[in-house]
Ligand binder design. Structure first.
Ligand SMILES: Nc1ncnc2c1ncn2[C@@H]1O[C@H](COP(=O)(O)OP(=O)(O)OP(=O)(O)O)[C@@H](O)[C@H]1O
Length: 511
């Protein structure tokens, strides 16, 4: 059998374009005794040509007409360049590099493939003895061999492209499904972690993302902002949801008991240890351990916790055997832990281990617009647990709440609403009067801040200053109750007649 025919049958058995190109180029190079032989392949976006050999870091733009490849692609015609004619192609460095070894009797042949067709799929680049390379393309058997390669190449690259398209499609469908799933989870979360403000929407997204990872989560936020709720949500949305969620407040347990609470103890470890007791770390195996107020953990225990996190092993107090526990750690703090690290009250190595996924829970004052929704939520909770049907909050009550400073955040709001509900007749709305005496509107808080030293130093007439202050309070309060003197007087703890008298004296008119 003719040798080119034999080589052609070898090509047909190959299933990967890269292997096909390598075999073809090796065969052609060997049989024609070429100095250089390369296949130049269009990149996926069709903008460049790159050598089939990945070890050659060369690339040619298909519109770079300072290089012969662009001309061959545009014309679909082969090119033959002698050593003399190469002087015209010196401006393209990558091409010069390729042709450095061309000798006096050599030629550079650049052949678009498939042969004699308008649409170029790939380019054959050869450097070899001029006469030999001239004749070979008159050899029908060789040309047939090149045709077989070209057909096989087109087939395999089409299949590969199709497979890549399918992979891309599958991946993008997967991305869409994952985004939908995340959206479903954040929507579900909005029923327990209530609020539609931007900070709350972002918080829920962070929770869903943290839950999907295995990282240690650190929840920061002021007291009553909902840190424990966030920790529970991270657990509930994680793949550990069906395993235990074990929570402990490090600040609420005396230092000397915290170690045995966490690590457990063995019988006889100390007086009173009459039997082995499993600690919270062991109980959290497979699930989540939530360490609230971790800033209050003593330094000795911090070192032990770090060891557990690094090795997943621990030893109960007085125990001889190492035990293992696989838990995800979620911690929370309302203090600035970095500050504690600087003061050497908190270990830096543990700090970094805990802050793998930090989440900050915003204060209620940063999301005042959530107050109405939260209030409604708490009224609903009250109705559910008391079997009542309180109709929600009167709009004035909500306006009033929006002016309060809420140092105790959502917890304070919740207690206030519970109190308001308890004062409200079934079937009615909670009125501002039912809780106003328990809070000070923000304006009033600001008013009291007039007592700052700088302000006091500028006071020249004490009587006048007191009158101004009194007048300001009464005006604000009347504005709050839309001019209702009875309610304003009640909220200030003075009789209505006294208020009327003061209004007259201070020349305050209804707003
Ligand atoms: N976004 C919210 N939606 C519904 N309820 C909330 C929300 N945030 C907080 N709560 C409720 O407020 C109360 C206080 O929340 P939580 O105990 O989680 O706060 P915390 O930040 O852990 O407080 P602390 O720092 O004092 O431990 C809980 O009853 C909780 O259910």
């Amino acid at each position: 059998m003719n040798r080119w025919l034999t080589y052609a049958t070898d090509l047909v058995g190959i299933r990967k374009p890269q292997q096909l190109a390598t075999l073809f180029i090796d065969t052609v190079s060997r049989e024609l005794d070429l100095d250089t032989c390369l296949l130049l392949v269009p990149s996926a976006d069709g903008r460049t040509l790159v050598p089939h050999r990945s070890d050659l870091e060369m690339v040619w733009s298909v519109t770079d007409f300072d290089c012969p490849f662009a001309h061959v692609l545009q014309s679909s015609k082969p090119m033959a360049l002698s050593l003399d004619s190469l002087v015209f192609w010196q401006s393209n460095r990558a091409f010069v590099q390729l042709t450095e070894s061309v000798g006096l009797f050599d030629v550079v042949r650049i052949v678009p493939l498939p042969l004699n067709q308008d649409v170029v799929k790939t380019v054959l680049f050869m450097v070899g003895e001029a006469d030999h390379l001239q004749q070979i393309f008159s050899d029908d058997d060789f040309c047939r061999y090149v045709d077989v390669f070209s057909q096989q190449w087109a087939l395999l690259t089409d299949i590969e492209r199709e497979e890549q398209n399918q992979r891309d499609l599958r991946e993008s469908l997967f991305d869409v499904e994952r985004a939908r799933q995340q959206q479903r989870l954040t929507d579900t979360l909005s029923q327990t972690l209530v609020g539609q403000s931007q900070p709350m929407v972002k918080l829920r997204e962070q929770i869903v993302s943290a839950a999907g990872s295995q990282l240690s989560v650190m929840i920061q936020g002021d007291t009553g902002t909902g840190k424990e709720l966030v920790a529970q949500a991270v657990h509930d949305l994680s793949e550990r949801a069906n395993q235990p969620f074990i929570a402990i407040n490090c600040a609420a347990i005396p230092e000397n008991l915290l170690e045995s609470e966490l690590f457990g103890y063995s019988k006889g470890a100390f007086s009173g240890a009459e039997a082995d007791k499993q600690g919270l770390i062991a109980q959290a195996n497979g699930g989540t351990l939530f360490l609230d107020e971790i800033g209050d953990m003593p330094l000795v225990l911090q070192a032990k916790l770090l060891r557990v996190l690094e090795t997943r092993t621990f030893r109960p107090v007085g125990g001889k055997e190492e035990q293992t526990s696989d838990f995800r750690l979620v911690s929370a703090t309302h203090v600035n832990l970095l500050g504690q690290v600087r003061q050497k009250a908190f270990r830096q190595d543990l700090y970094y281990r805990l802050f793998q996924y930090p989440i900050t829970v915003p204060c209620l004052t940063e999301r005042i617009d959530d107050i109405a929704l939260l209030s409604q939520h708490f009224v609903q909770l009250f109705n559910d647990s008391h079997g009542t049907q309180i109709r929600g909050l009167n709009y004035k009550a909500i306006d009033c709440l929006k002016q309060h400073s809420f140092n105790g955040n959502v917890r304070e709001l919740k207690h206030l609403i519970e109190f308001g509900c308890a004062q409200t007749q079934d079937g009615h709305e909670v009125q501002v009067s039912s809780f106003i005496h328990r809070i000070l509107p923000r304006e009033e808080v600001n008013l009291f801040q007039v007592e700052e030293p700088e302000s006091c130093t500028v006071i020249k007439d004490l009587k006048q200053a007191i009158q101004d202050f009194e007048s300001k309070i009464i005006r604000e309060r009347l504005r709050l109750f839309s001019g209702d003197r009875a309610k304003a007087a009640e909220s200030l703890g003075i009789p209505k007649r006294t208020l009327a008298y003061k209004c007259q004296k201070l020349e305050i008119k209804a707003p």
